[in-house]
Design a protein around this ligand. Structure first.
Ligand code: ZN
Length: 211
């Protein structure tokens, strides 16, 4: 499994609800946590690893030792939002790019966990921000869609460099062309479940920093 870079088509693909919580989903969640920690992230959405489903993982501490802060949100619905504040955000699909994003301070969210239990709660502060960033992912949005034009201008060159890196990965055969990827996403979405033995890439994921 690998975190996909912008503009991998999964990042804009309309994710569908998870139909069943099975071993393939549980295994994907474990791998997503591992990738998230490896990349020093605090949240990761399913479509960021090429899975077109409505779930994401978070650990606001970013600390793999703090398992008690790990949470999985499956088929989440944000039903209310209150307040507004600016805070800097980054994204594992747009590495090393940061910008201030305005978001509600407090949300009410309803979601299932890995045990299939649904829970509705109010969340505020940093965790609410992380959740809204990940929720945006499964809706097909990136934080760069939520910033002002002048902020976007400041990071535009960096976004192009990330895009270039993704196109290079495609040219090297790590990924299919956009159309092929979209077809595969549509098949997975129609099945409504994570395929057993799912791999983000066509080739085995290269070791980090391998040239
Ligand atoms: Zn992100």
């Amino acid at each position: 499994m690998q975190i996909v870079l912008f503009p991998h088509p999964a990042l804009r693909f309309p994710s569908v609800e998870v139909q069943r919580i099975d071993d393939a989903l549980r295994s994907a969640v474990q791998k997503m946590f591992a990738l998230m920690y490896e990349s020093k992230g605090v949240g990761l959405a399913a479509n960021q690893v090429g899975l077109p489903f409505r779930f994401f993982v978070v650990n606001p501490s970013g600390d793999p030792e703090k398992k008690e802060e790990e949470e999985v949100f499956i088929n989440p619905i944000i039903s209310s939002r209150r307040g507004m504040e600016f805070h800097e955000e980054g994204c594992l699909s747009l590495p090393k790019i940061y910008s201030d994003v305005e978001r509600p301070l407090e949300i009410t969210i309803d979601a299932f966990d890995l045990n299939g239990q649904s829970r509705k709660r109010k969340i505020k502060g940093f965790l609410a921000r992380v959740i809204q960033h990940e929720y945006d992912h499964i809706e097909g949005f990136l934080f760069t869609d939520r910033i002002e034009a002048d902020q976007h201008d400041e990071i535009y060159e960096d976004i192009l460099l990330v895009a270039e890196q993704f196109r290079k990965q495609q040219a090297e055969g790590l990924y299919d062309g956009d159309e092929g990827i979209e077809k595969e996403l549509a098949v997975m979405a129609a099945n409504g479940r994570v395929p057993a033995g799912f791999s983000t890439t066509k080739k085995p994921t290269p070791a980090p920093n391998a040239e």
